[in-house]
Design a protein around this ligand. Sequence first.
Ligand code: S3P
Length: 217
Amino acid sequence: MTSPEIANSKPSQESSNSKPSQEISNSRSNHLPSLWEGSGVGCFRVILIGYMGAGKTTVGRALAKELGLQFYDLDWYIENRRRKKVAQIFAELGEDGFRQIEHNMLHEVAEFENVVISCGGGTPCFFDNIDYMNQQGQVVYLRCSPEVLHGHLLMGKTERPLLKGKSPDELVAFIREQLSVREPFYNKARYQLDVTLMDNYDKIKITVEKLRELLGI
Ligand code: S3P
């Protein structure tokens, strides 16, 4: 596996302008206060980051729905634009190839206004992605303990190339090790929310409430 690093190379540009539809009605977004006044961002753009299994997609979708904003999951966006699953991109182009595409697609998605975006677990850890995200929106790190992440990932159905073939014991060790490498990047997020203890039947609702409190929306 390639370890996270800030690469110097300038990414190539993707050509198509098509905008995959993962959108949820934004009729209510007009009623939101001018949230990012003073932040220099100028529109609603909440960006969720965190390790695999932290619940970024589920929470992001629920937050967007509640606020009447459009929702984008970066992995889904990549899959739509490339017409390939993330696992297939990893298999064909390797992790470096995937990271390049991910970087390019992040620059498309993070230009959309009035959106909630959930990123892949590795997105903030490559190139200057985390700095760019902080510049473009209100970045929230969904922090979660390795034990809870482990539980979620064991139950999860999504195919995750970086975790493929690992036994449950290997998996928990891998999560701990990779988290320690990734946390310095995650910790650059402007906001953090610990979702470890929100692991109950009402967790999505509670997490969305806490997020709204945190962001003042
Ligand atoms: C990755 C996380 C995945 C996906 C890819 C790589 C990572 O997204 O982008 O498999 O490096 O942590 P999720 O965090 O949504 O699983």
